[in-house]
Every structure is written in structure tokens, then in C-alpha cells.
Design a protein around this ligand. Structure first.
Ligand code: GDP
Ligand code: IMO
Ligand code: MG
Length: 429
């Protein structure tokens, strides 16, 4: 028995929420360890659809949920999300949700700067979610962030706000945005404090107790390896490390506690926001994938860009994140396509390359090399065993396994919780 870390292996929206919800039945606790409310996870359970951004997806199963220190927490967004899911009948109390007291807060000045910078970038914009994620992580690294525990100390808040405003108001004014007033921010935080602090604790200590008690931990990643601030398509990335190693530092456990690394990949590729996307399709097939796959951002509502499965990209994600098994999702969206293409590498300035290089010029110049695979006429939608899958669909999955150099240990065939095929239980290691 081991713990499991679930991470995205492409550019996000692979179906991590569905997979975490499904796996949560086997776990005792679910932990978010990075990102913030830039994440958008859709879970379909019978006739209910839950859209979660900051709350761990284990909540729907009534599991203990933890928001780790590596997450950037917008307190307003957290309280609004709690109210939203409570209205859907879920229970959220300080008994079921714990938030790291050393997690960084997102304040209203963070989205203000995030959005002002995007406007200033013009055509070169990153296409951020506008939620202040980047500026909040910058503050953390710059050692000026306000953290959850600070909410209990009005003097600390006051001093930190002085330092923050010196920095932010200078930048915002330079970008033509109205400055923030300290007293308004301070009163806002003091008003939020009694609502947030009951959830706060040193979560590393609780995780240590749970581990010693033999409990199973499920770490829930947000975003994906190609959006990782080091390993992704920089600068078109998010501002955190999204690889599985972050599960340890982002929650306060040792690396050995992370356990089995499950990488989630869609049977094709999507991306929101700007940046390189070698296998992107601008034709009717791209349109079809987007329509059928309902590829609209949960957070932004923006249409996701769609393209063929990029095995070179996923292989790279497998290597840098230490992925031991793949959960392949949305195979059903490919039903009925006469033929499919899989990218096996790139041609860059005439030379073949098996991975996406780090330099933006090379990334932009990368032309995918494809192999063509026969499609299938039957339906894979809702399949719950390999025997239910069209033979050609099984072949497609097998080819993906070979190319990405990792086994497919889980297969998802519809948005519904139980339309999932387990090849190997990740908790068994
Ligand atoms: P996440 O950010 O990785 O959690 O993924 P999102 O929830 O943002 O996007 C994945 C979308 O695909 C959601 O609307 C899911 O309900 C849906 N989904 C997940 N798995 C499947 C699948 O196997 N087939 C289909 N058709 N939809 C799926
Ligand atoms: P989930 O967890 C897809 C993208 C944004 C943008 C870039 C930087 O649902 O998979 P940010 O606001 O983080 O500074 O934006 O990252 N992005 C995501 N794309 N899924 C996500 O989360 C994302 N979170 C951020 O679109 O391109
Ligand atoms: Mg999403």
C-alpha cells in the first residue's frame, strides 16, 4: 500500500478532478499542494456537476481535505467556493477541511497586477487566468507575502501591507492602474480572519500523524507538467512547480511519502492560453474535438485549443515528473474518427528531435512528425472493461503506452465517475 500523487501530463484539464474523485474512495485524505484557484476541476456524479477550483476534489466523497503550504489561497475565493459547494449539499467544516497556516494569501492587488501586466504585454500576453497567481508566488519568493497565520496578528498584517503597497502601488501606477489603500486592505483581511482561521493549522503535523496511522494520502496536482515553471513551455506557464516532487514540499512531507506518481493525459491534446502547441489543429478536426470534448475552460470559459496526441510531449512529462502510470482520459471523444495521428517527435530546422527544446525559438519552429493510426467505428464511451472497447481503440492505447514509455494504468471513457477502467490500483504501488 502506498500514497498516490495525481498530476497533469499535458497543459492542464486532462481530467484530474474526475480521476481524483474516483480514486478518493480508496484514500483517507486528499491534499492539494500547489497552484490556486486558477485550477478548474469538473466532477460529474450522477445528475450533479461539481466545479472545484481551490477545494480538493476529495470533498465530494466526504474525505478529509487539506490545502497545503504550496497553494496560494485567495480567502474570498475560498469562502465563496465553500458557500457554493455547501449549496450543492456538501459538508465543509474545520473537521473536513484543513488549510496550511504557512500558505501564501492572494490579495486583491494580485489579480490587479496580473491583469494589468497582461494588458501591457499585448500580443505577447501569457493568457493567464487573471487570478493573481503569478504575483502571489512572486511575493512568496520575495519574502514579502502575507500568509494565513498572519491573519491572527493585526500588527504583522499592518507592517506587511506597508511593504507590499510600496512595491505594488509603484508598479500599478506605472501601468496606469489606481493604487490600493492600505486601510481598505487591512480591514478586509481583519474581517476575513475569523472565517479563515478556524481552518488553519500546521498541516505537516497532521499529515505526519496520518502517515504514522497507516492512512492513505492522495495528492491532487493542479495544472500540468507543460505548465511547470521550470519544465514547461516557459514563459507560457503557471508560476508553480507542478511536477509530483512538489507534492512533498508543497504539503510538508518527505519525498518518500509521495508514493505512486499517476500522470493524467487526454487521448488528444488541449491548451488554454497562449504559447507553443506543435500538434494544434486549426481545421475541422480541431473544431470537432473541441465541440465533442466540450473544451471550454472551467475557470476562464475560453475555448481550449485542440490537437492530436503528442507522445513526445507526454514522454517528456513522464520523465521529468517521474510518472509511473498514465490515466488516459477522453478516449470516447475520438470515437468514429477514421484515422488518428500521434506525434512522435519534432522536426526543428531540418533535424529530428524527440523532445521539445527549452528555447522559445526552437519551440515555435517545432514541426510535429506524425504516425497515422487507424480509428475505430464502434463506441468506447462508457466502457468499464477492456472487453467493452473497440479493438482498434485498444491498439491506440497500446501504441501510446509504447511511445510515452509508461503503462496506462487507468482509462476514463466518459465524464461520469464510474465510467473508468482500472488496470492497476495505484495505491498498490
Ligand atoms: P482537470 O482540470 O484536469 O481536473 O480537468 P477539467 O475538469 O478542467 O476538464 C476535464 C473535462 O473533461 C471535465 O469537463 C470532465 O468532466 C471531462 N472528462 C473527464 N474525463 C472524461 C472522459 O473520459 N470522457 C469525457 N467525454 N469527458 C471527460
Ligand atoms: P487545471 O488544474 C489549464 C494556464 C493559463 C495560462 C497559464 C498561466 O484545471 O488543469 P496562471 O493564471 O496560472 O498564471 O496562467 O496557465 N492555466 C491552466 N490551463 N488548466 C489549468 O488548471 C490552468 N491553470 C493555469 O491558461 O496559459
Ligand atoms: Mg481544469
Amino acid at each position: 500500500m502506498t500514497n498516490v500523487a495525481v498530476i497533469g501530463a499535458q497543459w492542464g484539464d486532462e481530467g484530474k478532478g474526475k480521476v481524483v474523485d474516483w480514486l478518493a474512495s480508496r484514500a483517507d485524505v486528499v491534499v492539494r499542494f500547489q497552484g490556486g484557484h486558477n485550477a478548474g476541476h469538473t466532477l460529474v456524479v450522477g445528475n450533479q456537476t461539481y466545479k472545484l477550483s481551490l477545494l480538493p476534489s476529495g470533498l465530494v466523497r466526504g474525505k478529509l481535505c487539506i490545502i497545503g503550504n504550496g497553494v496560494v489561497v485567495d480567502p474570498d475565493a475560498l469562502l465563496a467556493e465553500i458557500a457554493r459547494v455547501r449549496a450543492q449539499g456538501l459538508t465543509v467544516t474545520p473537521e473536513t477541511l484543513r488549510v496550511a497556516d504557512n500558505a501564501t494569501l492572494i490579495l486583491p492587488l494580485h489579480p490587479a497586477l496580473d491583469n494589468a501586466r497582461e494588458v501591457a504585454r499585448g500580443d505577447r500576453k501569457i493568457g493567464t487566468t487573471g487570478r493573481g497567481i503569478g504575483p502571489a508566488y512572486e511575493d512568496k519568493v520575495a519574502r514579502r507575502a502575507i500568509r494565513i497565520a498572519d491573519l491572527a496578528e493585526p500588527e504583522t498584517l499592518s507592517a506587511k501591507l506597508d511593504e507590499l503597497l510600496l512595491h505594488y502601488n509603484t508598479l500599478l501606477q506605472g501601468l496606469g492602474v489606481a493604487p490600493f489603500v492600505k486601510e481598505t486592505l487591512l480591514q478586509g483581511l481583519l474581517a476575513l480572519a475569523p472565517q479563515i482561521l478556524p481552518f488553519a493549522e500546521p498541516v505537516w503535523e497532521r499529515l505526519d500523524e496520518l502517515r504514522r496511522g497507516g492512512k492513505r494520502i492522495l495528492f491532487e496536482g493542479a495544472q500540468a507538467v507543460m505548465l511547470d515553471v521550470d519544465h514547461g513551455t516557459y514563459p507560457f506557464v503557471t508560476s508553480s512547480n507542478t511536477v509530483a516532487a512538489t507534492a512533498a514540499s508543497g504539503s510538508g512531507v518527505g519525498p518518500a511519502a509521495v508514493g505512486f506518481v499517476l500522470g493524467i493525459a487526454k487521448a488528444y491534446t488541449t491548451r488554454v492560453g497562449s504559447g507553443p502547441f506543435p500538434t494544434e489543429l486549426h481545421d475541422a478536426t480541431g473544431q470537432l474535438l473541441g465541440d465533442r470534448g466540450r473544451e471550454f475552460g472551467t475557470v476562464t470559459g475560453r475555448r481550449r485549443r485542440c490537437g492530436w496526441f503528442d507522445a513526445a510531449l507526454v514522454r517528456q512529462a513522464v520523465k521529468v515528473a517521474g510518472v509511473q502510470g498514465i490515466a488516459l482520459t477522453k478516449l470516447d471523444i475520438l470515437d468514429g474518427l477514421p484515422e488518428l495521428k500521434i506525434c512522435t517527435g519534432y522536426r526543428i530546422d531540418g533535424a529530428f528531435c524527440r523532445h521539445l527544446p527549452a528555447s522559445p525559438g526552437a519551440q515555435a519552429a517545432a514541426v510535429p512528425e506524425y504516425e497515422t493510426v487507424e480509428g475505430w467505428s464502434g463506441s468506447s464511451r462508457g466502457a468499464r472493461s477492456w472487453a467493452d472497447l473497440p479493438a482498434q481503440a485498444v491498439k491506440y492505447v497500446r501504441r501510446i503506452e509504447e511511445l510515452v514509455e509508461a503503462p496506462v494504468t487507468l482509462l476514463s471513457t466518459s465524464p461520469e465517475r464510474d465510467d473508468t477502467i482500472m488496470v492497476r490500483d495505484p495505491f498498490e504501488g
